[in-house]
Write a protein that binds this ligand. Structure first.
Ligand code: 5GP
Ligand code: ZN
Length: 112
């Protein structure tokens, strides 16, 4: 298995896990871009949002619900942003679908 995030799910690579259920795992980003920066991933390997299929609907929905749970646990009452990068123009570097949960500071719009 060569996927970095699959290795994190398998505990082959350590991470600071903040939420886990049967469908999703959430852990702190190693290079935080905000006071709270958590990555939420489906336990099922999905390459990226552009490759997601009908059969991934459950995994995609569970990731969003897990992101909601993370935002509540991290007490992001002031708001938070969910981001999915896809492809080189968006700066995707890891090819296991992940939702960034960013919060703890004001977010500018549009993003850079
Ligand atoms: P992308 O740029 O693909 O949307 O996001 C990948 C994210 O994964 C980056 O924010 C990067 O800091 C994070 N990341 C890369 N490798 C690791 C790692 O080994 N552990 C953790 N916790 N985060 C990682
Ligand atoms: Zn993977």
């Amino acid at each position: 298995m060569s996927c970095l995030f699959c290795k994190i799910i398998a505990r082959e690579i350590p991470s600071d896990i903040v939420f886990e259920n049967d469908h999703a795992l959430a852990f702190r980003d190693i290079h935080p871009a905000a006071p709270t920066h958590v990555l939420v991933i489906p336990k099922k390997h999905v390459h990226g949002i552009a490759e997601a299929e009908e059969g991934d609907v459950e995994a995609l929905g569970q990731v969003l619900l897990a992101a909601r749970a993370v935002a509540a646990r991290e007490k992001l009452e002031g708001g938070f942003r969910l981001a999915i990068n896809n492809g080189p123009d968006a700066g995707q570097t890891v090819f296991h679908l992940h939702v960034h949960v960013l919060g703890g500071r004001a977010m500018s719009w549009p993003p850079g």
